[in-house]
Write a protein that binds this ligand. Structure first.
Ligand SMILES: CC(C)(COP(=O)(O)OP(=O)(O)OC[C@H]1O[C@@H](n2cnc3c(N)ncnc32)[C@H](O)[C@@H]1OP(=O)(O)O)[C@@H](O)C(=O)NCCC(=O)NCCS
Length: 213
């Protein structure tokens, strides 16, 4: 498997802006300015600054040379001119995360640990086999499913009940067709008090690896 670089940052909305703006392009600065709540604005800036800093470090290029595009509205941001690198970011109030993967598909998610999951919402994200434990592990389950669906670029457009995960250690028991052709690795952790994070990495399964002992 190619290299996978993951980073998280705590974001204190009362702190100075840590020079994040200098890492953002004009579009990102304009988008940041549209957030009404300071904590959301800070998290957006931090996440996008972290993404550009990580890609710059991996490619050894100038920050201004790192550009992203989307193939369709709502699609996964793709690095222009660098087909071999996949990137994913996530921001919530209090923390951000970013992952850069070489030769694999990557998705990352951060959420606040106190995010409520009322029964009707839980029912919309839980596969039948997850029902016995889903309520106790709602936030980890949600972050892992977000990370997985962000890795394949579908996000919330995928029915989360069609992804069936199992804990201890986290693994995918059953995934819908969008995930076919790759072996998926999952990681779930708490980078800071009150914050949960999840990472999904999918490496294409080649004929050679299927035949390998
Ligand atoms: C992607 C998505 C799950 C993000 O959820 P969220 O928890 O609100 O936000 P997060 O902070 O974790 O992630 C947001 C980041 O995910 C990335 N993202 C957006 N759409 C994405 C997608 N389809 N796939 C992967 N990543 C995506 C962006 O970098 C975004 O950051 P930005 O909004 O600051 O530019 C949700 O917005 C979504 O499902 N969007 C698109 C669904 C869609 O319309 N799909 C149909 C087209 S394929």
């Amino acid at each position: 498997m190619g290299r996978v670089f993951t980073a998280t940052l705590p974001v204190d909305d009362h702190a100075a802006e840590h020079g994040w703006n200098q890492w953002l392009d004009d579009d990102e600065q304009a988008r940041a300015g549209r957030f009404v709540v300071l904590a959301d604005r800070q998290a957006f800036r931090a996440a996008h600054a972290l993404r550009r800093a990580m890609v710059t470090a991996v490619l050894g290029c100038a920050p201004a040379d790192v550009r992203f595009t989307v193939d369709q509205p709502g699609g996964k941001p793709r690095l222009v001119g660098e087909g071999g690198l996949d990137v994913s970011l996530s921001h919530c109030r209090g923390a951000v995360a970013c992952v850069v993967g070489e030769g694999c598909r990557v998705g990352i998610d951060v959420e606040r640990s106190d995010r409520p999951f009322p029964p009707e919402v839980l029912a919309m994200i839980t596969a039948p086999a997850e029902l016995p434990w889903a309520a106790e592990r709602a936030v980890p389950l949600w972050t892992l499913k977000e990370a997985l669906t962000k890795a394949v670029g579908w996000g919330l457009a995928i029915d989360f009940t069609s992804l069936s995960l199992a804990p201890d250690p986290w693994r995918a028991d059953s995934l819908p067709p969008q995930f076919a052709g790759a072996a998926w690795r999952l990681r779930q952790w708490s980078p800071y008090p009150g914050i949960q994070a999840a990472l999904a990495v999918g490496k294409a399964v080649t004929d050679e690896s299927i035949l390998a002992p």
